[in-house]
Design a protein around this ligand. Sequence first.
Ligand SMILES: O=P(O)(O)OC[C@H]1O[C@H](O[C@H]2O[C@H](CO)[C@@H](O)[C@H](O)[C@H]2O)[C@H](O)[C@@H](O)[C@@H]1O
Length: 357
Amino acid sequence: MDLKSNHTSPVLADSSPMNNTRLGIHSALLPYSHNGSAFSPTLFLTIPRRRAGILDDVRSSLFDAMKSSSPTHNKLTKESNTETTLNDVDLAYRNWAFKYPSALASFEQIANKAKGKRIALFLDYDGTLSPIVDNPDHAFMSNAMRAAVKNVAKYFPTAIISGRSRDKVYEFVGLTELYYAGSHGMDIMGPVRPSSTDYKNCIRSTDKQGKEVNLFQPASEFLPMIDEVFKSLVEITKDIVGANVENNKFCVSVHYRNVDEKVLEVRPVLNWHKGKAVEFLLESLGLMNCDDVLPIYVGDDRTDEDAFKVLREGNRGYGIIVSSVPKESNAFYSLRDPLEVMEFLKTLVMWKKKTAP
Ligand SMILES: O=P(O)(O)OC[C@H]1O[C@H](O[C@H]2O[C@H](CO)[C@@H](O)[C@H](O)[C@H]2O)[C@H](O)[C@@H](O)[C@@H]1O
């Protein structure tokens, strides 16, 4: 087993302390977390490109290394219960909110910046549009949230960028008027733009409604390997009560939320992430490098940090982190939970209606 990152192989990455782990790269060199726990250092373990026994030598050393590098859900819960009082938590959140002010409380500031500009909206799914729940198949968004997203998409081009497979996240959201990027941006269905066909692996296709679209799948060569990894992980975890392996097409999540022990999420080592997906979609929408465009990205976990970073660099737009606990972020603003996200979307619409000529 190689400890270095290898740009042609999938890797197993250390997990977030609370949920699942992912196999990631570059700025995603950190584990991601939905519950706002502090990000822990990441362990990267590459799997060689051989087919047979792909996970054999990974298992024992990986689990040991992961155990020591980040605590389990139970451990964190226990520690936070004994050492932290509610007031400490409140105080810490308030201090944190100085650095990442509430996007609702600071809406006027955002509106001032957006004056005369076209907003492009990017939304993560889990933990942003839907609350985090134990069963990943039950992470439904509310009808009220769906209505808010549908409404906001009438006024601003809106895309969902999720770690889920594109089909799965579309199934959850069910709105045809949006653009969808699944597998952490490795599977994008966007509008047809001639420039995006410059990308390798970008092809013309049709969506479920028969509309012509661009389909971009930069990790398509990894598909057979990801399938193999998925099957291996199903086999490895079959006797672990509560473990659940999710095939997200170009990446795999192994959920340990309901297990005492750690598990993994796997995706190809590829210089592609949610930040790149934002740029790709902006370009596809003809909104890239336009002074009169203000991209806003709302997301809750480590994988969203790539998108926040892309927007922060060059002061291009705003990242909004969804978190009810303090955590370091590249975002500018914050929202506590999906309910506040819904409120924010509604506020955007009201503002647009009020200011529209
Ligand atoms: O990019 P996202 O849309 O935020 O997707 C990231 C992962 O979200 C899902 O897992 C998380 O939500 C589950 C449902 O609430 C929860 O049970 C799990 O513990 C969370 O990690 C999804 O199941 C993963 O495949 C995505 O990668």
